[in-house]
Design a protein around this ligand. Structure first.
Ligand SMILES: O=C(O)CCC(=O)C(=O)O
Ligand SMILES: [Fe+2]
Length: 243
């Protein structure tokens, strides 16, 4: 009987045991990728308890959608839930033939709180938009891509906050002639190119800057062992205004 009730509980209820709040390593690790690309990783950006608070709030209150996008002209169900938040007056975001509706920061005060913390950790950054992802299980993923849309300018800075299930985040150098898209690409070359892996912890922050979007691709691959949900917040700065 108890088991049955457990099964009906939303997946996020499994992902918030207090016992998982262990002491972690503070600090920030800077990885120089070369060629003016850099990744900064803060494993304990938010406390464990606060991170679960945010996780539960977002899981419940964000108007999640799982859109159909188009990759090389073919429709493809995006393999994760998403939601887009943006300040007013910015040029609208469009990727893979999809224009997400934009929601207001004012409707989600915890997002403003997290944004403030990100700005404190990286003074001088001015994020004004946010793409939120929810990976419900290890089956959800994001394929190789770069966030190099024109509206972010030539050297986009992207701050990515992770909540919930730990997942691997890969970076690999773009190789000439490689065709990429969000669809899984079994033929994508990964052996000979330079690669970095980060295991993104609950409450962590990873910042990509410089030429990272121009010269590198990133992905969060499927993981059979990832049994619970993960929410990821990617803060970005849109440089262009609506015309
Ligand atoms: O979930 C992540 O860590 C990365 C998400 C991402 O790359 C994106 O939203 O563009
Ligand atoms: Fe990305």
């Amino acid at each position: 009987m108890e088991m049955r009730q457990m099964k009906l509980m939303p997946i996020s209820e499994f992902a918030s045991p207090n016992s998982k709040c262990k002491e972690g390593v503070n600090g920030r690790n800077v990885t120089d990728l070369g060629g003016g690309s850099e990744v900064v990783y803060l494993p304990r950006f938010l406390t464990c308890g606060k991170s679960w608070e945010y996780f539960r709030y977002l899981d419940k209150h964000i108007p999640w959608t799982r859109p159909t996008i188009h990759v090389f002209g073919k429709p493809f169900l995006q393999p994760r839930d998403v939601c887009y938040i943006a300040s007013k007056g910015l040029k609208e975001l469009s990727y893979s033939g999809y224009k997400p509706d934009s929601y207001s920061w004012d409707d989600y005060p915890p997002l403003k709180e997290i944004l403030e913390e990100v700005h404190k950790a990286f003074p001088g950054s001015h994020f004004n938009s946010l793409l939120i992802n929810r990976y419900n299980s290890g089956n959800d993923y994001v394929g190789w891509h770069a966030d190099d849309e024109k509206l972010y300018g030539p050297t986009p800075e992207i701050a990515s906050v992770s909540l919930g299930c730990e997942r691997d985040f890969f970076l690999k150098k773009k190789s000439q002639g490689e065709v990429v898209g969000e669809r899984p690409n079994k033929r994508a070359k990964t052996n000979s190119v330079e690669k970095h892996t980060f295991n993104l912890k609950h409450g962590s922050l990873l910042l990509m800057r410089g030429n990272t979007q121009r010269d590198w691709l990133h992905s969060v691959p499927k993981r059979a062992k990832a049994e619970s949900a993960r929410i990821n917040l990617t803060f970005r700065r849109v440089m262009q205004m609506a015309s």
